[in-house]
Ligand binder design. Structure first.
Ligand SMILES: *Cc1c(COP(=O)(O)O)cnc(C)c1O
Length: 429
């Protein structure tokens, strides 16, 4: 028995994978190492990465600058509790995040994962209104097709159909849902796009603490893009109805859509912002919830006078060092230019998919390319085909999409788009 087949057997014996059945017949591929945009499997095959490990590895893998930052931090401490203690990586990273995010965001709460950043955002909104003596404002309002994570609070504001809310109906908090806008990225919205959200606010604003949504790109809930115009209206409506605005930029943050943060497309600012995924360049798990001075002060001056959250691994020094190094790498790179080039090349390379009968839509924004099919792909068939073609592409449902590391060159990106086009063209409709 080869090493990789025994590894696979032990994997099957002991492990769950994301959103999977332990009896799945779907292939799993053992990885030996990853460098730049290349993933090396234990059997020697090399794959070009089209996924950035779910939006996160924006500089590619095994980057010398990232490696050095972590090696250096390791000599000082890998972790120290954050209750009553602080350290330079946390302070430096918080300072940098406040600098690069919208002006009004002034304080940073570090957590371990994106889902928890969303939990913290929801708690902040509720505690804010509690401190303002409006404790009846406890609910969230969101739009359909969203995805905010897998914990219960985050799940409660994610798409009810995708999230199988009926399965958890006795446990899940009931929130308010509005229809998602249909206005494409490059077009203005019409009244019909925001009437649902407005109606919900009109009717329910005394109970609503915050509107939460992913700006411009709805990720795992369907890879939908919508017009920044919608966000401008949302910001106005939130102000009008005295409701906070939480933007979840866990997927869109750090340049992916062509702006450093997607809310910049609309030139609006949230009251609370969630960051994660690319925050550490894919090196460590770390996320952050940022808020305004006013909200932080109000919570701190209200009852019980503290913010009720504090993870064991809060502000982990290794993770914060990775965050600092990643942000520096990004800002010192020609990232805007790179994203523009990726956008152009994705458009050219995926355009032909538009003519396939099995394809419903092709859409590109920044370093995101999406081919939406009429029907869900057969993962057991299609996944090995991508690996055969020398690329790592991980479709879900009826969506085949690319979001490569920003450092990818023209040739490798061409390999990715060609493989996607060829494999989709072979799908029987
Ligand atoms: C991935 C994601 C999350 C959840 O982050 P985890 O680190 O997986 O918990 C939340 N919101 C958005 C928009 C995401 O893309």
């Amino acid at each position: 028995m080869t090493n990789s087949s025994s590894l696979l057997n032990r994997d099957r014996n002991y492990l769950w994978h994301p959103y999977s059945s332990i009896d799945s017949d779907q292939a799993i591929f053992p990885v030996k190492s990853a460098h730049g945009v290349r993933i090396t499997l234990t059997d020697g095959r090399v794959l070009i990465d089209g996924m950035s490990s779910w939006w996160s590895a924006i500089h590619g893998y095994n980057h010398p600058v990232m490696n050095q930052a972590l090696t250096d931090q390791l000599q000082n401490m890998s972790h120290i509790m954050f209750g009553g203690l602080t350290h330079q990586p946390a302070v430096d990273l918080a300072e940098q995040l406040v600098k690069v995010t919208p002006e009004s965001l002034k304080t940073v709460f570090f957590v371990d994962s994106g889902s928890v950043a969303v939990e913290v955002a929801i708690k902040m909104a509720i505690q804010y209104w509690h401190a303002k003596k409006q404790p009846e404002k406890q609910k969230m309002l969101t739009i359909r097709h969203g995805y905010h994570g897998d914990t219960f609070g985050a799940m409660s504001v994610s798409d009810p159909v995708n999230g199988m809310h009926s399965l958890f109906s006795d446990t899940l908090i009931e929130q308010f849902f509005a229809e998602a806008p249909c206005c494409p990225f490059d077009q203005p919205c019409s009244e019909s796009d925001f009437s649902s959200l407005r109606t919900q606010l009109e009717k329910n604003h005394p109970k609503i603490a915050a509107v939460i949504l992913e700006p411009v790109v709805q990720g795992a809930g369907g890879m939908r893009f919508y017009s920044p115009d919608y966000l401008i209206q949302v910001r106005k409506l939130c102000n009008q109805y005295d409701v906070l605005l939480i933007l979840d930029e866990i997927a869109t943050g750090f340049g992916r859509t062509g702006k450093l943060f997607a809310c910049e497309h609309a030139e609006i600012e949230p009251d609370i912002l969630c960051l994660g995924k690319a925050l550490t360049g894919g090196y460590m798990t770390l996320a952050a919830t940022l808020t305004t001075h006013n909200i932080a002060q109000t919570i701190s001056n209200g009852e019980p006078g503290l913010f009720m959250h504090g993870p064991t691994f809060m502000a982990n020094p290794l993770a914060c060092s990775a965050g600092l190094a990643s942000l520096k790498l990004l800002l010192n790179s020609p990232w805007k230019n790179r994203i523009n080039l990726i956008e152009q090349q994705l458009s050219i390379g995926l355009k032909q998919c538009n003519s396939y009968p099995q394809v419903k839509d092709v859409r590109i924004l920044g370093a995101i390319g999406v081919v939406e099919l009429h029907r869900p792909v057969n993962m057991s068939l299609i996944q090995p085909q991508f690996v055969e073609a020398g690329v790592w592409v991980r479709p879900f449902n009826n969506l085949v999409y690319l979001m490569p590391p920003y450092i990818i060159d023209k040739k490798d990106l061409n390999t990715l788009t060609s493989a996607v086009a060829a494999i989709i063209s072979n799908i029987k409709d």
